[in-house]
Design a protein around this ligand. Sequence first.
Ligand code: PFF
Ligand code: NA
Length: 452
Amino acid sequence: MTTTQPRIQWLGRWGFVLAATGSAVGLGNIWKFPYMTGEYGGGAFVLVYLACILAVGVPVMMAEIALGRRGRGSPVDAIRRTAAESGRSSSWSLLGWMAMLCGFLILCFYVVVAGWSFAYLWKMLSGGLAAGSVDDMVAIFAANNASPWSLGLWSTLVTVITMVIVGKGVQGGIEKSVGWMMPGMVVMLLVLIVYGVFSGGFTDALRFLFVFDAGSLSSEGLLAALGHAFFTLSLASGAILTYGSYLPAEASIARTTLTVAVADTLVALMAGLAIFPAIFANGMDPGEGPGLIFMSLPLAFQSMPLGTLFGVLFFVMLSMAALTSSISMVEATVSWLCDRHGLSRRAAAWGAGIVLWVISTLAMLSFNVGADWTLAGRHLFDWLDYLTSRWLMPLGGLGTALLAGFVLRAAPMREELGLASPGYVLWLFMVRYVSPLGILMIFVDALGIVSV
Ligand code: PFF
Ligand code: NA
């Protein structure tokens, strides 16, 4: 280990909260959550999702931040140090390797989806989304994916912006950029909700999101909600742990975790309130799937007054949300390259960026020239999503919960968490029993042992 000087910390009081919220709030909230809610039946799904965030997400996030701050290093080093402190095997650092890999692999397909957002922003501005019907929109989406040059251009742009920010460092790059991008995206989201209030579909949207209809509760919905809880909170991907390694000693981990989890959930619900009014006002189907914000929404906006202006606002907001997440996914790798291999921030960022560019370009080709390059029926793009969301994230979450709950000595964890007895006991109970059981359900499903 070559860390000689004390680890850098967030500069401002809100540094960690803004950066971690920036990481959490992303395509998962604005693209995935609304279409999942649409597919799994509205309010019932929302309720199950909230339960998963509280029972599985929050306890694991607290454990990750505690591990990061205790070990003051990249996931690999931080976990090795905390394990050593409790006299445990250094092989626990495998968990750190897995998290780092997971964050990197997510980023390889995330930049492609973020590229869609940039492409649609451009199309909105240049009039490329003028279409008369859903079929036309489907054709525009298909044409966008069919061109490797345009798709590659946009994902490359996302990669470059990400690496420029990360290369500038924790304070000068990440903290500074989230400091204006996060408030900016929240203001834009609020403006879009107000627009939704006047669209005519707002009460339908409210009813859809918040009226609990037990009949639409499904086991697939439950599993999807559970998996999404990890993704949406950026867990088991090295992001939160690494950001936690820059957290000042006096900050309360419980309080910051709750702030981040509540903010992430609010943004997901707000995204629903920005998107569904336009969908309902135009008599469209909320269960449209992944194309919801790229096909139905732009079409809906078109038929509304000032639709182009608000469409532009929507895709600017989405692009910023994606960037504050993408920078967090590569931070674990960059901090590991700097700590371990003595690279400069900039060299580490560009080194990681080149590898990212190669893999994400191959993933992008899944949509066009590489349409036939499948393995066991999946493209690289689908493999990256499947591997990370079905295996690496749950496995990493399980490992983190067990490490923090059973393996490490209680004293250091308790000291980091700084919780008085009832809070600590509750956390321990969740991390020992509730979170692992929830996660096991994902595996049982993925392995197809029993079909739930
Ligand atoms: N939480 C992000 C989202 O909801 O879009 C996705 C994400 C970010 C996953 C960072 C993992 C990660 F490390
Ligand atoms: Na999220």
